[in-house]
Design a protein around this ligand. Structure first.
Ligand code: ADP
Ligand code: MG
Length: 881
């Protein structure tokens, strides 16, 4: 299935003019892309391309000439404004092939060869192959993902090879997953573009699948990979499965095609695998707003709440840590120790921030240089990055000793003197003031290359010679207003007014070239000579400057240490960000252990807390799920803070296992292998499933996958169906979680009937959200307490929400009537029989017991109480058996 917005058929090329024939030939190379056809200062689009683009970009559609007697639809965008238009087309799901003139425009009279200028596609712009700053989000990866399943096995059970590339930084990673694990990988990577058979990618990703991608056979895939990394045997690169190699080859091929045959620098593929990362299925990610909120924004997200990074590269790495928390407690501790150490060195954080602010985006600069789109500022970025590497080392190293954490020592070693040769060369090669483009000239500093200096001074000295010559001629011929000017066709000439021209006409050394009513132009051999010299020197200087620039680019791109340095800069920024967060004391270093402990003290929801109105205080809550009480049943009315509590607990796990600080006073977390969060499932209308169906599918996933090391936080299971249905399903699910799966669980529900189940489930503890009733109004205290809710307060919430008074009053009366009916009918319902206790709405016996303090009673008072209680029991429940 093609995701490219449909481009209707293009007419047959027969009978096309030479220029249009060229268009047809290029269009045939990339039929699924809009063709940007360079003509002078515009990219022109024709036929159906023009129709689609004019609509998508809201630009006017015109016509240009005729093809087979029909006018040719055309629209165009100025070359200078192309990036903005490209960005809009890419966002709308188009792919764009850019065809440039590959021959310099001919000068008038120079046109020896007939026909249009030659053109070629120099770039295929697609969502997954962007390198332009204008088209990329600075703080996010932009991934192209290839998926492959070897044809010969063909069974759905066969593993799927996945390979993903961020060509803006050269990152290249792979994994092997099963079909059921695939949605999880997709949710984690959020690829911009997917290369796969359409039946491999789930339907919701259909719009990102690139059209017409061929899957190579394994042998040619191997060859292609070996060629791309210049190795004889791909085993040198690592131990990859066939399906991974095919996916790699698909991705490599597409990248090469998008760059018109030029392979950018990519790091060697690194197998990531799913082992070692915290399992987070798509529903869990969707409910937690990790990197992106449900409204599509990036503001109310976990990333936004914890992000104190200074650089875009740091933000990209932090996003990756949060998207893929780990399960190895040793590695987690390594990250924690590193940022904690930064806090122990006085003043270090401040100076690191200053240095980070001056660190350019090395990875993206390298990406642009290696795709041939590098500009002088990208080389400057490398120079400046290398300079800050030294600053980092000079800041960190003096504080190091043998107690210094491993990651910090790795940082120092990795940043120290790794590319001194590149640095020194760039330092002396680049001019102080750099122009935006290499074509503008003046990129290479004076004194770097003797030949370049010679051509430049020849060029510039000739200009001085001309000025001198002008004065000399004026004097010689006695004409004050004589000028030496440059003329497009004649080159340098003498120009005078016609009144003076007569004086010059007879001079043998001057030849008359042109005259108008007011002006006369003459040339001399001397001027022609200078003209040639200037032209030569200028041309040579710019050719040589380009050569030197290309040499510097090649040297930088080939240097193996630079990508690694880019990663270390990002790491420094992330560690610094974590340290800043922990600095204030509101965030702690969690203790991450290999047992099944779980204890959060005074934990908060970082996003809700940040979003609270000024003056409102976020109420911290504890959460204890020790093995003996690993199931928490949370009841409470709507708006009391149940969902917030569930999410904050899940977020604490994600942060802890990402190696980051946690918003709590103290935290101890036994490593979680899979986290399931079902909080506020959204309607999935796009896939034609009702809320209840979605809810049950997600519940099924938990019951099939959760294990004793998992954490499950579920909200309002069974709310999508009729009350009794819902209650029954919630009950059965809770039982399974408690007794069969053994997962640490928080189960929030508005079915307060479930509160009485703790008798039959020993590891279940009921909790409830504290609610106060004050002058007939309900006040939510957002506090989690032991116990079960007695009431759902729905009518109060309705009142709070502004439902008109008469309706609220009527609802109160109806509720009272319904409650009377239900308490009469309840005993006959199978749900409430046998050992399943329902709590009566009012229980005087229990109230009496609760107020009783045995230690405070004298023996006589105790005896009296016993009589009272027995009487109460008789009144309430009839004679005792
Ligand atoms: P529930 O799931 O019980 O209906 P929510 O978790 O959606 O309740 O919380 C409702 C609102 O209450 C939140 O939007 C937030 O503004 C506020 N809230 C929740 N928990 C807290 C808390 N611990 N401290 C302060 N305000 C809170
Ligand atoms: Mg809720």
């Amino acid at each position: 299935m093609s995701s490219t917005p449909s481009i209707a058929n293009i007419p047959s090329p027969e009978g096309a003019t030479p220029a249009m024939a060229q268009w047809f030939a290029l269009k045939a190379q990339e039929p699924d892309a809009l063709l940007f056809f360079r003509m002078g200062d515009f990219y022109e689009l024709f036929f159906a391309d023009a129709e689609a683009a004019s609509m998508a970009l809201d630009i006017s559609l015109t016509a240009r000439g005729k093809h087979r007697d029909e006018p040719i639809p055309m629209c165009g965008v100025p070359v200078a404004a192309a990036p903005a238009y490209l960005a809009r087309l890419i966002r709308r799901g188009f792919r764009v092939a850019v065809a440039e003139q590959t021959e310099a425009p001919r000068k008038p009279g120079e046109s020896t060869q007939k026909g249009p200028l030659s053109r070629a596609i120099v770039r295929l712009v697609t969502p997954g192959t962007l390198t332009e700053d204008e088209l990329l989000e600075a703080g996010r990866q932009n991934l192209l993902l290839a998926l492959a399943r070897p044809a010969k096995r063909g069974k759905t059970a066969a593993p799927i090879g996945a390979a993903w590339i961020d060509i803006s930084t050269g990152a290249f990673e792979t994994a092997v997953v099963t079909a059921t694990e695939l949605p999880e990988l997709l949710a984690r990577l959020e690829p911009a573009e997917i290369l796969a058979d359409s039946n491999l990618a789930p339907p919701e990703y259909a719009a990102r699948v690139a059209p017409n991608v061929s899957v190579p056979p394994i042998d040619s895939a191997k060859q292609q990979m070996a060629r791309a990394f210049s190795v004889a045997q791909i085993s040198v690169l690592g131990d990859f499965g066939d399906e991974e190699i095919i996916a790699c080859a698909m991705a490599l091929d597409y990248v090469r095609r998008s760059q018109a045959g030029n392979m950018p620098r990519l790091s060697r593929p690194l197998r990531i695998g799913e082992a070692g990362t915290l399992g987070l299925d798509p529903a869990t990610r969707a409910s937690l707003d990790l990197l992106q909120a449900r409204d599509g924004s990036s503001t109310h997200t976990l990333l936004d709440a914890v992000d104190r990074t200074v650089t875009a590269a740091g933000q990209r790495l932090l996003a990756q840590w949060i998207a893929a928390p780990i399960t190895n407690s040793g590695l987690i501790a390594e990250r924690q120790e590193a940022w904690q150490w930064l806090l122990t060195v006085p003043g270090l954080n401040g100076s690191l921030a200053t240095a980070l602010r001056r660190t350019p985006d090395l990875a993206r600069a390298l990406g642009r240089l290696s795709t041939g789109r590098g500009q002088p500022r990208d080389l400057a970025a490398i120079r400046d990055a290398l300079a800050t590497a030294d600053i980092f080392v000079s800041l960190i190293r003096p504080a190091c000793d043998d107690q210094t954490p491993a990651l910090i020592r790795k940082l120092c070693a990795g940043l120290y003197g790794r590319a001194d040769a590149v640095f020194e060369r760039l330092q002396s090669a680049l001019a102080e003031e750099l122009p935006p483009k290499i074509e503008d000239g003046g990129v290479i500093a004076k004194g770097f290359d003797a030949d370049l200096d010679r051509y430049r001074s020849l060029r510039d000295d000739s200009r001085k010679t001309l000025t001198a010559l002008q004065g000399q001629y004026a004097e010689q011929y006695g004409i004050n207003n004589l000028k030496i000017r440059h003329h497009a066709q004649l080159g340098y000439i003498i120009e005078t007014s016609t009144t003076h021209a007569a004086k010059l006409r007879d001079r043998p050394e001057l030849s008359f070239r042109q005259g108008t009513a007011n002006l006369a132009r003459f040339s001399t051999d001397e001027l022609a000579e200078i003209d040639r010299a200037i032209l030569n020197a200028g041309e040579r200087a710019s050719v040589l400057e380009r050569q030197i620039f290309n040499g510097l680019v090649a040297q930088a791109v080939a240097h193996p240490a630079l990508p690694e340095l880019a990663e270390l800069f990002a790491l420094t920024d992330v560690l610094h960000s974590a340290a800043i967060l922990a600095q204030g004391g509101d965030w702690c270093r969690p203790q991450v252990t290999d047992d099944q402990a779980f204890h959060l003290e005074a934990c908060r929801h970082p996003v809700v807390e940040a979003a609270l109105d000024r003056g409102a205080r976020f109420i911290p809550n504890d959460c204890a799920l020790p093995p003996a009480h690993r199931v928490m049943l949370l009841t409470g009315p709507n708006m009391a803070g149940k969902s917030t509590f569930l999410r904050q607990t899940a977020l604490a796990v994600i942060l802890a296992q990402a190696g980051l600080p946690v918003p709590a006073r103290k935290a101890q977390i036994g490593v979680v292998d899979r986290l399931f969060s079902r909080v506020g499932a959204a309607d999935d209308l796009a896939r034609g499933r009702s809320t209840f169906m979605v809810e049950m599918t997600e519940t099924a996933a938990i019951l099939r996958q959760a294990g004793p090391r998992s954490l499950v936080v579920v909200d309002e299971i069974g709310r999508g169906t009729a009350t009794l249905d819902g209650l029954a399903i919630a009950w059965a699910t809770l039982e399974a979680l408690h007794s069969q799966l053994g997962a640490r669980t928080i189960f929030a529900t508005h079915f307060h009937e479930l509160g009485s189940l703790s008798d039959s489930m020993p590891r279940l503890t009921p909790y409830t959200m504290a609610v106060k009733e004050w002058r007939g109004e309900v006040v939510f205290q957002h506090e989690v307490r032991k116990g079960a809710a007695r009431k759902s307060w729905g009518v109060h919430v309705a009142q709070l929400a502004g439902v008109p008074e008469p309706v609220v009053k009527r609802a109160s009366r109806l509720l009272a009537a319904l409650e009377r009916d239900q308490s009469r009918a309840a005993p006959s319902l199978p749900l409430f029989d046998a050992n399943m206790h329902e709590e009566p709405a009012h229980d005087p016996l229990r109230d009496a017991l609760e107020t009783l303090d045995p230690d405070a009673l004298s023996p006589r008072e105790a005896l009296q109480k016993l009589y009272d209680l027995k009487k109460l029991a008789l009144e309430q429940n009839g004679p005792l058996a």
